[in-house]
Design a protein around this ligand. Structure first.
Ligand SMILES: [Zn+2]
Ligand SMILES: [Zn+2]
Length: 243
């Protein structure tokens, strides 16, 4: 039945596209949901950043904070800066329910770079149940499914679950407070633990900001036996931009 609904939704949306051609969610130019100019203007993440938190550095490496704390994240693969058209497209996907953007955005990950991670499994950051109910879909799962298809590796979105209360991140005053609020908010279902033992996991998130959410996810995956956890984030908003 969900398949039928998806198929019907896709048919309706392609029929609608014939009557009303889509326009770019960022600049309103007609023709596609994210036009080629806005794709070209979406700035890729700089190369000289911390490989665990994307903090700008003089040269690529690990920042002082990530070197001293024991981050459960082994590597962050950020694609674009959030303050560019790709950020508007992620917002339109999430808040305006433009689901067809999921496919467009899922194509924007650097698959060749991500293949070098040698990941065995792709897992999306789960949404809290109440948020999933109100939004109707998990945007990170939409991106992750497309990425897994392109990389031809296994996709699991039923194993990592959000167990904690949903605390709005914006209400947490500092990065440390956000981290504390998130820690322990995720768990791997006991029936799925075996699937993660000694596996290299690529965790997919739409936007990486402070990293508190993905760190909590990565801790749960490591507790379940994952040997390595990398994060593929389509957009990155460096912490410096929030100060
Ligand atoms: Zn555009
Ligand atoms: Zn760092």
């Amino acid at each position: 039945m969900p398949y039928l609904i998806t198929a019907l939704r896709e048919f309706t949306s392609s029929a609608m596209n014939l009557v009303f051609p889509p326009s770019c969610v960022h600049c309103s130019r007609e023709g596609s949901l994210l036009c080629h100019i806005c794709v070209a203007e979406s700035t890729p993440l700089l190369k000289n950043v911390c490989r665990k938190c994307a903090e700008p550095l003089a040269k690529a490496g690990t920042c002082a904070r990530c070197s001293t704390e024991k981050s459960p994240i082994d590597r962050l693969y950020g694609s674009f800066l959030y303050e560019t058209p790709v950020g508007s497209a992620i917002e339109a996907l999430k808040f305006d329910d433009v689901r067809s953007l999921g496919g467009v955005l899922g194509e924007m990950f650097d698959v060749e770079g991500l293949r070098r991670s040698d990941a065995d499994l792709i897992v999306p950051v789960p949404l809290h149940k109440s948020r999933l109910r109100s939004r109707g879909f998990n945007q990170s799962a939409v991106l992750a499914r497309r990425l897994a298809g392109r990389m031809d590796i296994e996709f699991r979105d039923d194993a990592l679950v959000r167990t904690g209360e949903r605390v709005p991140q914006s209400e947490q005053p500092t990065a440390l407070a956000r981290e504390r609020a998130m820690s322990g908010a995720f768990a791997v279902k006991s029936s799925s633990v075996a699937a993660f033992a000694d596996k290299r996991i690529l965790l997919v998130d739409d936007v990486f900001t402070t990293g508190s959410t993905v760190k909590a996810c990565a801790s749960a995956l490591k507790s379940a036996g994952a040997s390595w956890v990398g994060v593929a984030a389509l957009a990155v908003q460096p912490i410096g931009a929030l100060k």
